[in-house]
Design a protein around this ligand. Sequence first.
Ligand SMILES: [Fe+2]
Length: 314
Amino acid sequence: MLDERGKNLDCPALPRHGNFITSRISRGGADKMRIRIMTDFHYALHAGQAEDLFYKEYIKRFFGEGPEADYYVSLGDLTQNGTEREYRGAFGMIDSFGIRDRFLHVPGNHDLLQVDAGQTERWGSTPPVSEGNGCVDTDAATLLFLNTCQTGKPLDWGGRIGQAQTELLRSKLSAAKGKPVLVFAHHPLPDTTALSDTTMMRIEEASPLIGVMNEAAGPCLWFNGHNHIHSIVRKDSWTFVQTASVLCLPCWREIVIADDAVTVGTTNLNDAQLDELAGQSMDRFPSFHRVPPEKAAGTAADQSTDVPIGKRYK
Ligand SMILES: [Fe+2]
């Protein structure tokens, strides 16, 4: 399948990793896959040492704490200005943990302020995502990565989605036949998670995509960042999970796919020193969408959810 520029959007084969996690989740049944998500890292190279301390400490904990994950996902805005130096700096930290082949990144609007997704991937190398799009098909679930960002648009941070991406989603939903479909993107759909009722805080001109999504039998989950606030909303076959920026609220989400459910949980680090370092970093970004931690955390309902997998697939 080709996009508007003739790029191939078909899903490349990806070798599976054998070390699936066997820890328990809430609903019973064997765990098949674990995915850890972070978003809106906004890495920038600052003059001072303190700001780098935040990024290094957070990344160390993201990769090092808790059960090992099959995949580690960044939902965009990995960098603040999208420069080559920032990309190489961020991926230098990530590389030090030796699990690049399990780290998948979709671009955010900040990541594409300078160049397109293809160029940033040549700097960062994040297969199987290519031009911001990609897919991992497994027995447990279909993981679909979509680039919702415009390139070089500092004054328009709203999302866009192309026809080829919409058709790719349609084909994956059709093939799923009850198997969970998990979509990873930077922007939310309109009128779903917190702030997505506001211009540029969502995918604009999303009607064709929404039409395809409405045809889905489920279970389907859409994971996004961008709005810097935890939020979970369920609509028909879809569960929308928005995650706060790690600068506003040092945290990550954890997805566990088991026989009978997809479970999403949250780890908020609650570390005063890390919060202080994050605050110092945000102080250097005059226009940063800074959300106070108590607001970024959302409500109790925004911390976790269980999405049952129907008998048809089991
Ligand atoms: Fe952001």
